[in-house]
Design a protein around this ligand. Sequence first.
Ligand code: GLU
Length: 287
Amino acid sequence: MVKPLPSYLGRLAPSPTGHLHLGHARTFWLAAERARSAGGALLLRNDDLDALRFRLDFVAAMLEDLRWLGFSWREPVVTQSTRLPRYRAALAALHAAGLIFPCTRTRRDVLEAVSAPHESAATPAPEDEPVYPPQFRPPLDAPLPPLGAVITVNWRFRVPDGEAISFHDARFGPQRAVAGRDFGDFLVWRKDDAPSYQLSCAVDDAELGITEVVRGADLIRSTFRQLLLIRALGHIAPAYYHAPLMLDDRGERLAKRHDALSLRTLRAQGVTPAEIIAPFRTVDPTP
Ligand code: GLU
């Protein structure tokens, strides 16, 4: 008997740290089209773990904007702040496997170490964080301190140095990065006792049964990190489709701009959802 294919489950994962703009609309439209053409469904994930920038009114606004544009998703909405025990369990599993270590170095320590002349092997993409200096790692055989009930130190994932991580991107084709060279030990839990984006996203995509992640191409480098976490946690990775970023007429990324092209502003000016989506249709979501 032929096994039925697992049904497609995608996700929209906005962060309630600002208003959604045209770039979000286009990425989410691509996600919705890919789910639709696969006969699948979408989850809506509210990425509300950024305590400093989070605002409750942004949650309401993003739901309203997405509905206004005509998107629909499987209820209930997945809210990351309600899933902290899942992330904590994943952290405990990584700790038990000896794959993480506590890090008391500051950003400045890292920047100073990587700008020192002897550190020329590490060359991450300019917009990515610097490769964590290996000399800052505790030795492999050093006993790991317990996590503790409340975490007050940063914990990082120890990447497998020299290992090539690859995946096939449904939009951009084969992708490859070498751990320890293109990216280094990265944060999984922060000293203010909150999971990092990499950990919460990897846990959710794997545990919620997402079959394909559609998101902006700025996150391709995160995908390598998340693939390592998903593997370390014993899960099967989803497929990935990274959407080309939308640039404004000066070639600047929309995400970097403020309200000029927010969906709310356009709506207040009388622009309709159909007018917003029409230009997206020139992109074939299933190349
Ligand atoms: N909330 C994240 C963002 O807006 C989502 C990233 C993702 O899709 O994995 O950047």
